[in-house]
Design a protein around this ligand. Structure first.
Ligand SMILES: Nc1ncnc2c1ncn2[C@@H]1O[C@H](COP(=O)(O)OP(=O)(O)O)[C@@H](O)[C@H]1O
Ligand SMILES: [Mg+2]
Length: 148
């Protein structure tokens, strides 16, 4: 039987914290003994989600971002949540190349990258309430989380 474990990290939405969130998440998932490529995919996806919360959700102010991560068997789940402006049209937001901030030279590829680098991507959002991005990735190569 595989066991489960959980972590939760709350950070301010300043740009320095993007790297911090990425490194903490990578350290947490490392106990599943992922390959370098799997770690790199997860770091990239988390980085895109956290950057979105910093740049889009809170725009010119500082707010809180909560990163929750779960390990169960070989499955890694991470949730990046903000209480910022929210997304009115999710379908449009998830389209490749769509960005609401072309003036900041955003690529509009954040959601596409998250989708491609992870196995599952779910986005829940409400204008004025915030956004929750949930991503799942199976760590395929190794033994999984062992009962100790
Ligand atoms: N956490 C968020 N809060 C509010 N809006 C968001 C959030 N994440 C994404 N968005 C919206 O979705 C759009 C697409 O996001 P993304 O694919 O990462 O492209 P980019 O960040 O380059 O604009 C953003 O331009 C923004 O309008
Ligand atoms: Mg983005």
């Amino acid at each position: 039987m595989s066991s489960r474990t959980f972590m939760k990290l709350e950070i301010e939405s300043c740009s320095e914290n993007e790297a911090f969130a990425r490194v903490v998440t990578a350290a947490f998932v490392s106990r599943l003994d992922p390959t370098l490529e799997e770690i790199s995919d997860i770091k990239t996806a988390v980085s895109e989600a956290v950057t979105n919360a910093i740049i889009h959700a809170y725009e010119d102010r500082i707010g809180l971002i909560t990163i929750s991560a779960f390990l169960e068997g070989n499955k890694f789940t991470v949730e990046v949540a903000d209480r910022g402006i929210g997304i009115a049209d999710l379908e449009q937001a998830r389209e490749p190349l769509y960005t609401s901030k072309p003036e900041l030279e955003r690529s509009g590829m954040g959601f596409t990258i998250m989708e491609n680098f992870m196995d599952e991507l779910t986005v829940r959002s409400a204008p004025g309430e915030g956004t929750v991005v949930t991503m799942v990735k199976e760590i395929r190569s190794r033994g999984g989380l062992q009962e100790s």
